[in-house]
Design a protein around this ligand. Structure first.
Ligand code: SAM
Length: 316
């Protein structure tokens, strides 16, 4: 089989170390040919175009360039197999068959593109977020997973203000099963006064939950402390409580500000607050609430996520 590898960088080196001995590679390909890499000749794409070959494994991040140049040179897209594919949001690989046979299916499955930009599992052997509900916003959930792995030496409970049906709380409870999880929600939708300008559909959709629905969604319901009713009245008696992780997902300005006022001084060093919808133009009150909080207390240390609704991760 005539195998070529595009690239002479870390991607190509890693491929040779892990799945494809250099002796099996006829030549490496670069923008400018010349010289050798790992004892094999390095040629240009022009030189490759004239030859008959079975597969060009693209071990470079520059997939757009390779795709464009190959098209110009009449190299069929079906002969290309992109390795850096898992970093992209569009799958360029037309087939996994030949590459699977050559490199092993385990290897090629790992490059499948499914918008999974962080490979799973992270450091552990076990994928911690999988099964029902795990398709809900990959970046948000994987960030939660990564954060949960940094909380080992941080004391404190977990909490969510704005639980709705428990779609996110379920994962906090799964990832941090030994911690108390406080769940604050009316479980009957938004405060009618605060949500008076919101659409009827938005208001009705958030009324559609019960405490039982949420408890049934939790893998460790015995760790849940349900605080039903309008926050912050429902935080009464919790002044001395301290938190390692808080999800603040109340959607509207006043409630978000109330949440910041209560939780910000109660999160232990090393802990995190995930402010959902911070970069969501449909819910501008969330950003305004943080601006108001920062005007009074100073700027927070935070990283905005590129998840679906623009969560802001505040670090303590
Ligand atoms: C977008 S939903 C939460 C979604 C949930 N975190 C998830 O990821 O699936 C917002 C929730 O905030 C609740 N909420 C907003 N303001 C509140 C307040 N002041 N007190 C209690 N619940 C509130 C609403 O009842 C609603 O269920």
């Amino acid at each position: 089989m005539k195998i070529y590898v595009y690239g002479t960088g870390c991607g190509a080196g890693g491929l040779i170390d892990s799945a494809l001995p250099a002796e099996k590679v006829k030549a490496f390909v670069e923008r400018e040919g010349g010289g050798t890499f790992l004892g094999r000749p390095v040629i240009s794409l022009d030189q490759l175009a004239g030859s008959d070959f079975d597969i060009l494994i693209v071990a470079s991040r520059d997939a757009e360039h390779v795709e464009r140049e190959c098209a110009k040179l009449g190299i069929g897209a079906g002969k290309l197999f992109y390795l850096k594919n898992h970093m992209k949001t569009v799958d360029r690989n037309q087939s996994y068959d030949m590459a699977g046979k050559l490199l092993g299916e385990h290897f090629t499955e790992g490059v499948r593109c499914s918008e999974k930009l962080i490979r799973v599992p992270l450091w552990t052997e076990r994928e911690r977020i999988s099964g029902p509900g795990s398709d809900n916003d990959y970046v948000r959930l994987k960030t939660l997973e990564a954060i949960s792995m940094r909380l080992e030496n941080v004391a404190g409970a977990t909490a969510e203000l704005g639980v709705n049906r428990g779609a996110f709380a379920r994962w906090i409870n799964e990832l941090l099963p030994d911690r108390t999880i406080y769940l604050f929600d009316t479980f009957a939708g938004f405060d009618p006064e605060e949500s008076r300008d919101c659409g009827a559909g938005f208001r009705e959709a958030h009324r559609n939950t019960t405490v039982e629905t949420v408890l049934a969604a939790l893998p460790h319901p015995e760790k849940a402390v349900i605080r039903p009713g309008l926050f912050p009245e429902t935080a009464v008696g919790l002044d001395a409580e301290r938190f390692a992780l808080v999800s603040l997902d109340a959607d509207l300005e006043t409630s978000t500000l109330e949440g910041l006022d209560f939780f910000m001084p109660r999160i232990n060093k090393g802990g995190y607050l995930l402010l959902h919808d911070y970069n969501d133009p449909k819910l501008p009150g969330v950003r305004k609430a943080l601006e108001r909080w920062e005007a009074e207390h100073g700027k927070v240390l935070a990283v905005p996520l590129c998840d679906v609704n623009g969560t802001l991760v505040i670090a303590f």
